[in-house]
Every structure is written in structure tokens, then in C-alpha cells.
Design a protein. Structure first.
Length: 164
């Protein structure tokens, strides 16, 4: 996608964030600071909220392919993390406070995971095996095995995974 198209998508995310923040201010009859918005989230994560920094990060690759889902669910999801922190302090990330904010302020089902196709952002898998057959490990897990700081077991048979 061209840079100008990405900028237009980013602008839509910024506008949606502004609208969501205005709804929160209206709902609670108080002011909340507009968060900093960055488009540098990587991997399979759609978005993240950095609570102490009042910052939202969005995944530009997933955002381009799933704009409507970002506008309807991901933006309110991440904003609710910031709101929960500002209203209640440290709470469970997807706990009752966060869930209540999703429903009461934005009327969005409080899903904790997205169902987006992540094949474009999925990292390389390293071949391992167990008695059940082949298993793919992420580069992070593979490197832990190589450094001998971690061993992994098959979730089906319970045997230790070994490099294929």
C-alpha cells in the first residue's frame, strides 16, 4: 500500500481515538488527556496501551488489512486499558473494570483477542518434533532452547521437544 494511503488510514485511527476519548469524557463528566498514538506495534498484536506513558501503539500491517475492525473494536479496546488505569489504578488487564468500560462506554463486546489473519506478520517457525510429530517454535523460544535456558514440552503428549 502506498504511503499516502497508509497516512489516510492512520488519520482515521487518530480521529476514531479522538471520538472515543470524547465519549469517555462525556460519559464520566471529566477530562482525560488525549493519548500519544504510534503506529509501530509489531508481530501478531493489533494494538497495545502503555499505561504510564498514556500511549497507544497500533500495528500498521494488521491495520491496513482490518481497518473496520480496528475502528470498531481495537481502538476502544486499547483506550479502555488507559481509562481503566486512570480511573482505577493497577487492575487486571482484561478484568471486570476494563470489561465494564468496553460495554458501558463504547457498547463493544469485551473480547480479549482478535481473530485477524496474522500470516503477513507471523514470524519464522523453527522445526521441532516430539512423539506426536512436527511442532513449530517461534524464534524467541528457539533461541531459549539454543542458549539452554528453556526446554519445551508437547502440549498433546507431554514429551520434550527436540530440534528436527
Amino acid at each position: 500500500m502506498q504511503k499516502t494511503a497508509l497516512n489516510l488510514i492512520q488519520q482515521q485511527i487518530i480521529q476514531r481515538t479522538e471520538r472515543c476519548m470524547a465519549l469517555a469524557c462525556e460519559h464520566f463528566n471529566r477530562q482525560f488527556l488525549m493519548p500519544t498514538i504510534k503506529f509501530n506495534q509489531r508481530g501478531k498484536i493489533a494494538g497495545s496501551a502503555r499505561l504510564q506513558l498514556n500511549e497507544l501503539r497500533f500495528n500498521p500491517v494488521l491495520m491496513q488489512d482490518n481497518l473496520e475492525h480496528f475502528l470498531s473494536d481495537v481502538v476502544p479496546h486499547e483506550i479502555c486499558h488507559l481509562l481503566a488505569f486512570q480511573l482505577f489504578g493497577r487492575v487486571r488487564p482484561h478484568g471486570k473494570e476494563w470489561q465494564a468500560l468496553m460495554v458501558q462506554v463504547y457498547e463493544v463486546k469485551p473480547n480479549t483477542y482478535h481473530g485477524m489473519d496474522v500470516t503477513k506478520v507471523a514470524g519464522k517457525k523453527f522445526a521441532y518434533r516430539c512423539l506426536c510429530g512436527p511442532v513449530g517454535l517461534s524464534i524467541r523460544r528457539h533461541n531459549k532452547v539454543v542458549r539452554k535456558v528453556q526446554q519445551y514440552r508437547c502440549i498433546k503428549c507431554g514429551n520434550q521437544l527436540v530440534a528436527a
